[in-house]
Each structure stands twice: as C-alpha cells, then as structure tokens.
Design a protein around this ligand. Structure first.
Ligand code: ATP
Ligand code: FE2
Length: 330
C-alpha cells in the first residue's frame, strides 16, 4: 500500500489529503474568503500560511481515527501543486511540502494542478481515455491524452470562464465566487439576448462577452442577462469539446474544474454526448473544485512511476502548462 500526503493551495482553497491506491483516507480543507472584491494573492497566501499547521495536524489526527493502524511513518511521499497558480500561494504551500518531506524523510512530488483535476476525475468516474473540458477560475482548456502527454486542443485566448463569471458577478454587486450566484439568477431568465459568441479555430474568448453582458444590463432584466451569458459561453465550450471528440475519434468526455458544478453546462455537454453516442462523466462536486485529494492522487501515480523531485529542483511554476509534463503513469 502506497500512502501519499497531498497539499493544494494554488488559489483560494487550502486542501490537504491522504490517499492510497483505492481510497481517499482523509481530507481537510480551509478556504480563504476575500472580504471584498476578488482574490488577493498575498492575502490568500497569508491565509494558507496561518492555516497550514492546523490543516495538516487535523489531517493526521483524523486519518488515525478513521484507520487506527495508520501511523505517520506510513506516509511514502509528499505531493504539492507546483503550478499553475498564484505565485505567493504556490510558494507558501511548496515551502510546507518541502519541510514535511524532509521531516518525514520521504520523496517530494511536484504535480501539475490541471492534470490533477483530470486524473481525479478519471479515477472517481472510471473513464479510461476521455476528451476533457477543464473549466475553472483561471483556466479553460480542452485536452486529451496522446502519446505520452496531455495535449491542449483548445483553450481560452484571454480569461478563464470562472473568472469571467466572477468579474460579471462582482460588477453586479455579488460576492466571490460569483459562478453559483449567476447560475441561480440564470435559472430564472426567460429571454435570450444576443451576445458575442467568440470561437476561433479550437480556441475561445470570454472577455468581450463579459463586457457585452455588462453593457446589456442597461435595458434588460438581470436574470435574462445571466441566462444569455451562460447560454453563450457554455455553447462555445460545448462546440469546441464536440469538435475535439470528433477529431480524436474519442467516445468519452470528462468534465473537470470548479465551473463543472454548473447544472446548465453539464446538461449541454450531456446532450451533446448523447447525440453522438458518447459517454459523459462528471465527478462529485468536491472533486471538481480545487481539493487536496487530487494532488495526493496524482502524487501517488507519479510516485509509482518514479516521477519525484529533488528539493533543489522544486521551484514553483506559476505558468506550468499541462503539456510540459511527461506522462509515465499511463
Ligand atoms: P484553477 O487554479 O484550476 O483555475 P480555481 O482556483 O479557479 O482553479 P476551482 O475551484 O477549480 O478553483 O474553480 C472556481 C471557479 O468555479 C470560480 O470561478 C467559481 O465562480 C466557479 N464556479 C463554482 N461553482 C459554479 C457554478 N455552479 N457555476 C459556474 N461557476 C461556478
Ligand atoms: Fe483548480
């Protein structure tokens, strides 16, 4: 049995988990909530720094209660998000991971946060070789595995869909995160307002759409604008995901990332998959948003394939792209 401790803290959520081959042994999280406006990287990093000791202690204690035979000496490696993410947050969590690995005298494992979202989804849903739509705050990408790497088939040309929804929500005076609140308002919209639908080749863009949605608030009910924003943005994502599936000839699709919790987005993708006799997979929502278990799980896959790090090579990578990683575990 391999046991890996994973630490996630690329943005607003600090998460820690202990994972073994067939289960999540225990997980603890602590979220930073901005007092006003969006996420301030340095404030989020301070939150993580002040919460790390408590979160890791609770993880170890909780794991011992659940599995009395387990001891700290059973931990085989410490995994952390090496990127992408906010520099100050990444550095804080990486420092803790290095200290833990040195103290426990076990290997340090640096993982790509985007690939962790994908691998936990494959694990929880049992999908073998899907086209993945990864949609979160900072990231929006369509990916699939091909010859040793996750290839990015399409991605946002500017901001992530989550940030677009959060920016729009902030503009109308809603608190962070705005995505779920826009979803709730959109469910009460009835009239579709035309907004910019921007797909270029396999890429898409959300900043023009966000500006146009703000402008549309003059003269249209808020619910209709939220509804039209979602319909437009999610149709763009569904179109590109479908084209990727057709191009690759793949018959499974996996949804990943925090925006994946959106019911309307899930519905559009499910319809698209049904129409082309493909299977649609989405994990439970705690494994869609940022979580420690996904870092521990990918850490375990990398540990087993020998992809560990020396401390001197463990600098964080705020712009770490998933296609930079050589996938040796598949
Ligand atoms: P990453 O580092 O991968 O970009 P992240 O820090 O943005 O991750 P996630 O938890 O993956 O974190 O995603 C958070 C985003 O998901 C926020 O932008 C939030 O508004 C959005 N979101 C959450 N629930 C919903 C929902 N029901 N509908 C739309 N958006 C949602
Ligand atoms: Fe994420």
């Amino acid at each position: 049995m391999v046991v890996i401790l994973g630490l996630e803290g690329t943005a607003w959520n600090l998460g820690a988990a202990l994972v073994t081959e067939d289960r999540v042994i225990h997980e603890v999280e602590s979220s930073y909530k901005p007092l006003h406006g969006g996420i301030h990287p340095r404030e989020a990093a301070q939150h993580h720094a002040s919460e790390l000791k408590r979160v890791v202690s609770q993880l170890i204690e909780g794991a011992r209660e659940r599995e009395p035979g387990l001891s700290i000496g059973d931990i085989d490696g410490v995994a952390f998000s090496q990127g992408p993410g906010m520099g100050p947050c990444l550095r804080t969590v990486a420092t803790a991971a290095r200290a833990l690995a040195l103290t426990l005298k076990v290997p340090l494992i640096g993982v790509n946060h985007c690939i962790a979202h994908i691998e936990i989804g494959r694990w929880r849903c049992g999908t073998e070789d899907p086209v993945v739509l990864y949609v979160s705050g900072a990231n929006s990408q369509v990916l699939t595995y091909h010859t040793g790497r996750y290839r990015i088939l399409g991605e946002t040309l500017d901001i992530g869909i989550g940030n677009a929804l959060d920016k729009f929500a902030r503009y109308i005076g809603l608190e962070h995160p705005g995505g779920p609140k826009v979803e709730e308002l959109a469910s009460r919209g009835t009239r579709f307002i035309h907004l910019p639908y921007v797909v270029k080749g396999m890429d898409f863009s959300f900043s023009g759409l966000t500006t146009a949605a703000k402008d549309a608030l003059a003269g249209n009910p808020l619910e209709d604008v939220c509804y039209s924003f979602q319909e437009t943005a999610f149709a763009m994502l569904t179109e590109v995901t479908e084209r990727a599936m057709a191009y690759c000839g793949k018959e499974e699709m996996l949804l990943a990332g925090g925006v994946g919790a959106n019911r309307r987005l899930q519905q559009m993708l499910r319809t698209m998959c049904t129409d082309r006799d493909a299977r649609f997979f989405v994990p439970e929502s705690k494994y869609l948003r940022d979580n420690g278990a996904m870092i521990a799980y990918l850490g375990m896959l990398q540990f087993r394939s020998g992809q560990t790090l020396r401390i001197e090579d463990s600098a964080v990578m705020p712009n770490f792209r998933p296609d930079e990683v050589e996938v040796k575990w598949r």
